[in-house]
Design a protein around this ligand. Structure first.
Ligand code: GLN
Length: 475
């Protein structure tokens, strides 16, 4: 049996009980990746030597001592490539420093194992926008694993990693977790430092755990959460122990079902899985109430205005001067910028930069960007009102299971609809978790379905507790 099949909690026990050495554990995961990843394509880089060297020194008594972690290619790990799956950085950029989360993982004893594939600069919902490679869904190789953290979700769900980190700007942890079949947690905005995360949309981005269980997500969040003077948007608040009280059950919790998340567009098989998960939680003593999030319909449009506006500014730094690829075809400075960006960026990134520049331009700023910011406030207010009545919100993570590779690539709008239930949480800054809740049979394959739990700001503990209660009863 490969160590990559274990949860963090299980591996911890084996390491602490000296059933396995950290070196054996890391070697076993490396072996699993070497034999299994050709078919999946989850990793863009495996740091064998550094991981094995780290294992020699690992101390299993530390909170994550000796646990190998796969890290999305958008988070800096000193000495490893950080290409954001983009040709503008490919073969040209090695991280000169550790992101705060990487530093914290190392301080907790974890071992960074390698980089996982993603949509270029985290823009996408299927990992098909990667400039490096395709990643396949472990449940059906013809289907996408979700995105943009599709390498991380496929690695965890496909038993090529014990656990991973992803990033979520509009759903990129929760949606691939749902479509690949693992747990994904987007922490509250500000809970985890963004220092060393290559920025996509700075007011929405958060790093979070992608794991086999909610219990493991709590262990990883314990290690990475907390205030960081290097990120002015990180919140200076106490970090609770998220593992404590995770098994308190759901008795007496009030869970809101937003009627807007169960309307048209949701596939019947997905609805069935989510409804039966809700019945399960009701059976365990949770009270289910219907709620309304009246501005839900505007979330996708608002998200795609704000995210692209911020992306157009953040990506200005990739100009052939400071980082990465520089065009050889240019004869003057202006041409150097233009040709470098034309050669280096893929179509979706270009589309977003154009859209973002447009909504920020002087004639359109008020009509698009400013209005989107106002609607963002309305969406946030919807959640505030809902959280006056309920402890957490429960919904599907996505309206449909994983689609086929290539099915939506020609239709960006259809692709954006995969984010219909996830973007609002980022706009509101609240936390969200996706946990597997069954599967639907499609063409002979069982495709996973995700249950989304949305929590109050800084209340990751409650959604982890609900996730854990559901997983424990659903074994
Ligand atoms: N799928 C969304 C997008 O394409 C979300 C991406 C993300 O969360 N990084 O923008």
């Amino acid at each position: 049996m490969s160590v990559a099949e274990l949860t963090i909690a299980e591996l911890q026990q084996k390491l602490r009980g000296k059933e396995l050495s950290p070196r054996e554990a890391v070697q076993s995961v490396i072996d699993a990746v070497e034999s299994g990843d050709e078919a999946i394509g989850a990793y863009t880089h495996l740091d064998r030597e550094a991981a094995l060297a780290g294992a020699e020194e690992a101390n299993p008594d530390l909170p994550l001592g000796g646990i190998p972690i796969a890290i999305k290619d958008v988070i800096n790990v000193e000495g490893q490539p950080c290409w954001c799956s983009s040709n503008i950085l490919k073969d040209k950029y090695v991280a000169p420093y550790d992101a705060t989360v990487t530093e914290k993982l190392k301080a907790a004893g974890a071992i960074p194992l390698g980089r996982t594939n993603m949509d270029e600069f985290a823009m996408g919902s299927s990992t098909e926008n990667s400039g490096i490679q395709i990643t396949r869904n472990p449940h059906d190789p013809d289907r996408i694993p979700g995105g943009s953290s599709g390498g991380s979700s496929a690695a965890v769900a496909g038993n090529l990693a014990v656990a991973a980190l992803g990033s979520d700007t509009g759903g990129s942890i929760r949606q691939p977790a749902a479509l690949s079949g693992c747990v994904g947690l987007k922490p509250t905005y500000g809970r985890v430092s963004r220092f060393g995360l290559v920025a996509f949309a700075s007011s929405l981005d958060q790093i979070g755990p992608m794991t086999k269980t909610s219990e493991d997500a709590a262990l990883l969040l314990n290690a990475i959460a907390g205030h960081d003077p290097n990120d002015s948007t990180s919140l200076d608040e106490d970090v609770p122990d998220f593992s404590e009280g995770i098994d308190a059950g759901v008795q007496g919790l009030k869970l809101g079902m937003p009627k807007e998340y169960f309307g048209e567009g949701i596939e019947p098989g997905v609805r069935e899985c989510v409804e039966s998960a809700i019945k399960n939680l009701e059976g365990q003593g949770a009270e289910i109430v219907e709620i309304s999030l009246p501005h839900t319909d505007y979330a996708i449009a608002t998200y795609y205005i704000i995210a692209t506006a911020e992306a157009s500014a953040n990506l200005a730094r990739f100009d052939g001067v400071r980082y990465g690829h520089r065009s050889e075809a240019a004869t003057n400075l202006m041409e150097q910028y233009m040709k470098t960006r034309d050669e280096g960026f893929g179509d979706e990134v270009k589309r977003r930069i154009l859209l973002g520049t447009y909504v920020l331009s002087s004639g359109y700023y008020d009509a698009y960007y400013l209005r989107a910011q106002k609607v963002r406030t309305l969406i946030r207010n919807d959640f505030q009102t809902a959280f006056d009545q309920v402890d957490a919100i429960i919904s599907p993570t996505t309206p449909a299971p994983a689609f086929k590779i290539g099915e939506n690539t020609g239709d960006p709008l259809q692709m954006y609809l995969a984010d219909i239930y996830t973007t609002a949480a980022n706009l509101a800054g609240i936390c969200g978790l996706s946990t597997p809740c069954g599967s639907v049979e499609v063409e002979g394959n069982s495709l996973p379905v995700g249950l989304q739990l949305l929590g109050k700001p800084m209340d990751e503990a409650t959604i982890l507790r609900i996730g854990h209660a559901f997983e424990a009863s659903n074994l």
